[in-house]
Design a protein around this ligand. Sequence first.
Ligand code: TYD
Length: 211
Amino acid sequence: MGRFITIEGVEGSGKSTLAKRVAAEVSHLFPEVVLTREPGATAIGKEIRSLVLAEKEQGLTPLAELFLFAADRAQHLEEVVRPALSRGALVLCDRFVDSSYAYQGYGRGLDMTLLRDTMRLATGGLIADLVVLLDLDPEIGLDRARARESEDPGKWTRFEADTLEFHRRIRAGFLELARVEPTRFLVVDATLPPEDVAKRVTERIAAMGQA
Ligand code: TYD
């Protein structure tokens, strides 16, 4: 078995930049590094992604939204993550179950027991060895996401368009998840320079070593 590391955070917290940097910096430590993300890493997942992120309001209910993320996850695990882990790879995944807990639970208000049950079904109980939480005030993150949108139109999603209050609940939710599992979570201040953020994460991964 390889190592499974997930990266979480509010919009604009720098997850994908971090993932790319870390993948390059730890490549010599593992036989293979797989960089992936949710939602949308598989062909089926791409279709789910466009449904669930569409900016147009189509009346998707919170429960239906949860099941779409869960379906994307089940497909992703089967097609990408489990095969890579059995090859001994380090899998770096941009968002995973903690995004569902934070967004659909703390954000949308779905019941946590229902969420845990749904996640267990979707993942078969697979959990990350390490969860990197890029902690950031969502006001700063949404500004960054807006700037990104003006450079690359079409990236704005239904989630980014939601209220600041919604994003504050998500940040608080992530921090609460990290508080409960302090050894499995690594919380990093996302206002630090990107190279410092990456350094903390690569040091932690190097200390974990291979499975
Ligand atoms: P994306 O454009 O990938 O955003 P980011 O670059 O911030 O990851 O959109 C993913 C959106 O989906 C993001 O707003 C968070 C949301 N999301 C959930 O609400 N629940 C989930 O389980 C996952 C994986 C993502």
